[in-house]
Each structure stands twice: as structure tokens, then as C-alpha cells.
Design a protein around this ligand. Structure first.
Ligand code: PLP
Length: 372
């Protein structure tokens, strides 16, 4: 295997068996996307023209009227907030995030005002929005939303995310109905969603996605929606967007990633073969029980689920996880169920053969415990 650029920098090598994590560099892109990044980096382009072209490509893949590339979904939140407040008016765009005297209230259900690794509230404030939370963390009625609308309301905001409270919130359909009845736009943050058409099809005005999550593109993001809002979003690059400038490299990589989407998942047979080989090795170890489990949400992902029996293994799942993460290479497993003694290996981000390194390390850690 070649030495990675990050190892050349003297940084520790990462084996990612956990999924798409911003803290681990989100996604590893295809050769085609990597070539686009390289080619763009070594050339010049009229940036406004490139951004407009990206908007057309985004429109084509989302079914929206138009689009706007961003440096990430978080920037998409700030930019679309600013867009619904300022519209296309340059002097207002240049005044953001100071929105005094303008319609600047953004209504959000309390259970969706979340922290995704950054705070939705702060991203909205960056765009000049004042957040208005409605209802309680686990219960929101449609009346709460409707009664929060005033002459200062700029938009309604819906967060579709596993981080949000899943019960007791009003649906997208209800949010759409209320927003359109009051002639207000609905913004949807669907950062990690993989269906880029769904919310536009439902009638959302503005939808935000991450380029580094389901798309598996470069560090980037995009906004799609109604033409007037998308023009206002792109124009924010003359305002707050300048502090979140998306470069020609990321825009070009985003375009190629969209054109390749959906990438074929690594084939199910291959996932199962590799995870079975891993499980066979781990099932030899006292205290470990490894089996193949399909993704909880029913996606075609087959992970190796490792149950750690604390008494027999002499170590908790939590300690094992920690030791894997603090080694070199640092190995990151999925840990949603670590509190009940379960960790799992996601085969999708693993390079060929890395499952063997994972098995060897786990076996070595347990052996070391036994010898103590
Ligand atoms: C990840 C995420 C974001 C931020 O996306 P980036 O592309 O990393 O900026 C925003 N909102 C939600 C719900 C997310 O899951």
C-alpha cells in the first residue's frame, strides 16, 4: 500500500469502519471526482459562470428550478437564511448578519433545534436570522407554528435528521401547508439525506444538502429550490458567503459527483464475504460474538456486529473501542450501541484488506488483557 499524504505529514493513519464522519474527513472520493479536483486546481475559470453552471447541474439532479453550490450544508443554512431575508438586494446582502428592521424571524420546532456537530441556531444567526423556537422538545402542535408567525417572519425551517427528536414533531406536509398558506418559504435541512428529489417534489422552496455525506463528494454542499431564492443564495457570495467561499476545486468535484450519483454501493456479496471472514476470526476469541447484521434502516449495508462479553473477554466494548481509536493506525468502529456492549464494522469505507488489520488488532488487544 502507498504511503498516504497524511502519513507523509506525520499524522496518524486512520482506518474508518464507522461511516461518514466530519471528524474523520467525511468521504473518500472516486478517481473521477479526484481528477476533477486536480484539473480545476491547475486552471482558471470565470467563477460566477462556474457557480451558475453548478446551479444548473444541481437543478438537473434535484428536479428544482435552480441551485447554489456551497462549502458544506452548514454554510447552506447560513446562506439560505440570508437569502430569504435580503432577497437580491445588494445593500442588504452587504449588511448581513445585521438584519435590524427586516423580516428576520425563522420558525423552527423545538425538537429540531439541534447540534449536528455545529448548532443549527448559530448557523441561522450567521445568516442574520433570529430563531423562534416553537413548542416543547418532544411535542409541537400545528397551532404553535401558526401562532408564532408574525409580520417579522422570514421563513419556516425543518430539519430532517436522525439527530432531531423523531416523535411529537409536525410533519413536513404540515409545515408546507402552513408556510404556503402564509406565503412564506419553507427551508429544509436534509444534509445527510440521500434522496435529492424528495423534498423538492413535495413542494419545498429551499432544500440544503451536504456534498460529503450521501453524495460521497468532496468537502462541499449545495442548496436547491425556487429560482428567485437560488439567485439570492448565489448573490450572498458578495456578502456573508465570502467568508464561506467555495472554491473552483470543490465546485468542480461536486458537479462530477452529482453526475456520477448514485454510486453503486459496494456489492452486497462482497460486503458479506468480507464481514464473514472478519467474524470467523473474531468468533475464535473468548468473549466475542460476531454476526452479520443488515442496516437498521433497511439499506443494503451489511455490517459485522461484535458483541463483547465483558466477563469472558476481560474488557468492555467501550474500552476496546477506545484502545482501537488510540492506536496507530487509529481504527474507528461504529459505536451507536456501545452502551449495551455492541460495536460494529461498516464495510463501505474500508479499503481492501483493512478488515484483516481490524481483526488482528482486536485479537491482540484481548490477548494482552488475558496475559495481564
Ligand atoms: C452534517 C449536517 C450538517 C452540516 O453539513 P456539512 O456539510 O458538514 O456542513 C447540517 N445539518 C445536518 C442535519 C447535518 O447532519
Amino acid at each position: 500500500m502507498t504511503v498516504s499524504l497524511f502519513e507523509e505529514f506525520g499524522l496518524k493513519k486512520i482506518i474508518n469502519a464507522s461511516g461518514k464522519m466530519t471528524a474523520l474527513g467525511a468521504s473518500a472520493v472516486t478517481d473521477e471526482v479526484a481528477n476533477a479536483l486536480k484539473t480545476a486546481a491547475q486552471d482558471y475559470v470565470d467563477i460566477d459562470e462556474l457557480i451558475e453552471y453548478a446551479g444548473k447541474v444541481i437543478a438537473q439532479h434535484t428536479g428544482a428550478e435552480d441551485g447554489c453550490p456551497t462549502v458544506g450544508a452548514a454554510a447552506g443554512i447560513a446562506i439560505s437564511t440570508a437569502a430569504v431575508i435580503t432577497g437580491n438586494i445588494l445593500s442588504l446582502i452587504e449588511r448581513m448578519p445585521n438584519s435590524d428592521g427586516l423580516k428576520n424571524e425563522i420558525i423552527i420546532q423545538k425538537g429540531q433545534n439541534i447540534h449536528f456537530g455545529g448548532s443549527i441556531d448559530q448557523m441561522i444567526r450567521l445568516g442574520g436570522g433570529h430563531i423562534v423556537e416553537v413548542g416543547s422538545a418532544n411535542k409541537v402542535e400545528s397551532e404553535h407554528i401558526e401562532q408564532a408567525i408574525t409580520e417579522k417572519t422570514a421563513a419556516l425551517f425543518y430539519v430532517k435528521s436522525h439527530h432531531a427528536v423523531q416523535k411529537g414533531m409536525q410533519s413536513i406536509e404540515t409545515m408546507l401547508e402552513i408556510s404556503h398558506k402564509h406565503n412564506l418559504p419553507l427551508i429544509i435541512d436534509g444534509a445527510a439525506e440521500s434522496d435529492f428529489r424528495k423534498y423538492i417534489d413535495m413542494g419545498a422552496d429551499i432544500v440544503i444538502y451536504s456534498g460529503g455525506k450521501a453524495l460521497e463528494g468532496p468537502t462541499s454542499g449545495f442548496i436547491c429550490g425556487k429560482k428567485n431564492f437560488m439567485e439570492a443564495c448565489r448573490k450572498q457570495y458578495k456578502g456573508i458567503g465570502r467568508a464561506m467561499k467555495v472554491g473552483k476545486e470543490a465546485i468542480s468535484g461536486l458537479i462530477v459527483a452529482l453526475n456520477q450519483y448514485p454510486l453503486k454501493n459496494i456489492c452486497v456479496d462482497e460486503q458479506i464475504t468480507r464481514m464473514t471472514a472478519l467474524c470467523e476470526k473474531l468468533n475464535e476469541v473468548n468473549g466475542l460474538s460476531c454476526s452479520i447484521q443488515q442496516d437498521e434502516a433497511g439499506r443494503p449495508i451489511y455490517r459485522a456486529q461484535i458483541e463483547v462479553g465483558k466477563n469472558a473477554a476481560g474488557i468492555t466494548a467501550e474500552t476496546l473501542l477506545h484502545q482501537l481509536e488510540s492506536g496507530n493506525p487509529a481504527i474507528y468502529l461504529r459505536h451507536h450501541y456501545v452502551n449495551i456492549g455492541i460495536i460494529s464494522v461498516d464495510p463501505r469505507p474500508l479499503l481492501p484488506g483493512q478488515e484483516n488489520i481490524i481483526a488482528e488488532r482486536i485479537i491482540a488487544i484481548i490477548k494482552e488483557v488475558e496475559e495481564k
